[in-house]
Write a protein of this length. Structure first.
Ligand code: DX5
Ligand code: ZN
Length: 224
């Protein structure tokens, strides 16, 4: 799966930017990745629930909301209630991640747990059975266009093994620095869903960039 991040799109034309990757066929995004930043959990501020609600009105592709915010226990369920397909919170910020996942499910969304590059998976193994996606950050969260951190692939391999051996049931998602040069190693490590911001919206034709990334991921994916 390819999830273009609108963080690298033109914020004055968000609806059109989403539509550009929503046309059926190879150029279509599987999810639209929406980066919500609060200026506290990360040193950047983007959009919040009112804008996401507007995007939900027009989007024909499921929204994957990545909340880089403090106190997700309080704020994340609102995104689920509004109709986001997947709501991802940061493990480092959540106070009661199990309860939070339950609340997201009760509100009708899938629940995602994200870990920053230096956050070990081990601390969250008992929590992850409650989640549908694990978002492994391959850059420090906060900004698009940063360089991929290959060391996080150890966590991807670990998560892949846990899923393949039946210990976890979730999608392994990666976010940060994914482009034509890095997607193959991530696919080989076992990623299911690739977030790509600058590699998609920095390209002349975002749809074609998606098709190309997907092709590369398929060729190098551990399950073909
Ligand atoms: C970073 C965001 C990412 C970002 C990725 O904090 O979570 O989703 O948009 O951008 P690229 O693909 O350019 O690294
Ligand atoms: Zn993101």
């Amino acid at each position: 799966m390819i999830a273009p991040s609108i963080l690298s799109s033109d914020f004055s034309r968000l609806g059109e930017e989403i539509e550009a990757v929503s046309v059926d066929g190879d150029t279509r995004a599987d999810w639209i990745h929406v980066d919500v930043m609060d200026g506290h959990f990360v040193p950047n501020l983007t959009i919040g629930l009112p804008v996401v609600r507007s995007l939900l009105q027009v989007a024909r592709v499921p929204l994957d909301c990545h909340l880089m915010i403090e106190d997700p226990d309080r704020w994340a369920p609102g995104y689920a209630e509004s109709g986001a397909h997947n709501v991802t919170v940061h493990a480092e910020a959540a106070r009661d991640p199990v309860m939070l996942a339950k609340n997201l499910h009760a509100a009708g969304a899938h629940a995602g747990l994200s870990v920053k590059p230096n956050t070990p998976l081990d601390d969250y193994l008992d929590v992850l059975p409650h989640y549908d996606t694990l978002l492994i950050m391959s850059v420090e969260p906060g900004f698009g266009g940063q360089e991929f951190i290959p060391e996080v692939l150890d966590k991807v391999r670990r998560a892949r093994r846990l899923v393949d051996t039946g210990h976890l049931r979730l999608l392994v998602e990666i976010d940060g620095g994914i482009n034509n040069d890095t997607i193959e190693q991530a696919a080989e490590a076992g990623v299911d869903c690739f977030v790509a911001g600058s590699a998609v919206y920095g390209a002349e034709d975002p749809g074609r960039a998606i098709a190309h990334l997907r092709q590369q991921a398929r060729r190098h994916g551990c399950r073909g």
